[in-house]
Design a protein around this ligand. Structure first.
Ligand SMILES: NC(=O)c1ccc[n+]([C@@H]2O[C@H](COP(=O)([O-])OP(=O)(O)OC[C@H]3O[C@@H](n4cnc5c(N)ncnc54)[C@H](O)[C@@H]3O)[C@@H](O)[C@H]2O)c1
Length: 314
């Protein structure tokens, strides 16, 4: 049987790690694309040379030409610039919006039936750019954030309780960033809500650490940001899509009335299968959770509006 094909745009830390995980898990052949000549080719060659040791037969190629990505089943977009000293958030927003627009237009033209997974930050705003640039239907444009955020929450819960991470489940809603909404009453160890297992003070500390999860890694690394857990999170989404698992995973999805939000990408639980998002799973929120979710959605809307103003201003 022919292998599936995954294109990963951006051969930096996240992109190369996604390529490695996807190939080594035997999920698909991989094409790695970057604007820098030699970088995707070199990383792809190195990854291909690991294949005999790891024992997989997935093909991995690196390229600067989107023609090589034709017929991809999934396109993962990790290309972008990091924020550098002196660069404002708006500058970064404008620069990465330009990069995401250009790569999505090129990749989507060669793979009109693909599912897009967006990783580049600011995540929720970049999903809007990708939706517009691809002209794909919304269920085929998905942002990766919630799988990572809930993985961070799960790892902190497991450490706190001294249990296996595999016994934990965590639930995180909202935008990717300071306003994300971890939901303790749906976060469990062995099926038991952590609200039954930990006092409020401990739970608050875990929630705060989850919200600051990205910044905690950045502060330690000094340059660059997290990539192992982000890449693992993308690979999990790719697995659910290519194997049509319909796993319920928290992802940034284009809401059209669900959770009372219309026309905005926000993190919610979705079923992920071969056609992309097959269902947005809605749950009833308590008043405090609803307020936090609304605040998070408002922060995403503000970013999207800032982006529209920038593009209107040229
Ligand atoms: N959504 C999340 O949860 C999450 C998690 C981690 C990182 N991120 C984001 O993912 C992005 C990538 O992070 P990273 O650590 O891999 O960064 P990185 O700097 O290591 O890699 C980015 C790559 O993009 C490439 N690139 C830039 N412009 C391009 C273009 N026009 N076409 C093709 N490639 C281009 C660069 O050459 C570089 O190789 C960042 O925006 C980061 O903030 C998001």
């Amino acid at each position: 049987m022919a292998h599936s094909l995954v294109t990963v745009v951006g051969a930096g830390n996240v992109g190369a790690s996604v390529a490695q995980r996807v190939a080594e898990a035997g999920l698909a052949d991989v094409v790695l694309v970057d604007i820098v000549e030699g970088l995707p080719q070199g990383k792809a060659l190195d990854l291909a040379e690991a294949a005999p040791v790891v024992g997989h037969d997935m093909k991995i190629m690196g390229t600067n030409d989107y023609a090589d990505t034709a017929g991809s089943d999934v396109i993962v977009v990790t290309s972008g610039l990091p924020r550098t000293p002196g660069m404002s958030r708006d500058d970064l927003l404008a620069k990465n919006a330009g990069i995401v627009r250009s790569v999505v237009q090129q990749a989507a033209a060669h793979s009109p039936d693909a599912i897009l997974i967006i990783v580049t930050n600011p995540l929720d705003a970049m999903c809007h750019v990708a939706l517009e640039a691809s002209a794909f239907s919304p269920e085929r444009v998905i942002g990766m954030a919630g799988v990572l955020d809930s993985a961070r929450f799960r790892s902190f819960i497991a450490q706190e309780l001294g249990v296996s991470v595999t016994s934990t489940h965590a639930f995180v809603l909202g935008g990717h960033g300071d306003t994300m909404v971890p939901l303790p009453r749906f976060s469990t160890a062995g099926g038991v809500p952590i609200t039954e297992l930990l006092d409020q003070e401990r739970i608050d500390a875990l929630v705060t650490r989850t919200r600051n999860g990205g910044a905690e890694v950045v502060a330690l690394l000094k340059s660059g940001s997290a990539f192992y857990a982000p890449a693992a999170s993308v690979a999990r989404m790719v697995d659910s899509i290519l194997n049509d698992r319909n796993e319920i995973l928290p992802c940034a999805a284009y809401l059209q009335g669900e959770y009372g939000v219309d026309g905005l990408f926000v993190g919610v639980p979705v079923k992920l299968g071969r056609t992309g998002i097959t269902q947005v799973v809605e749950i009833d929120l308590q008043d405090d959770e609803r307020a936090a979710f609304d605040q998070s959605a408002a922060a995403v809307r503000e970013l999207v509006e800032a982006m529209s103003r920038m593009s209107a201003a040229g």
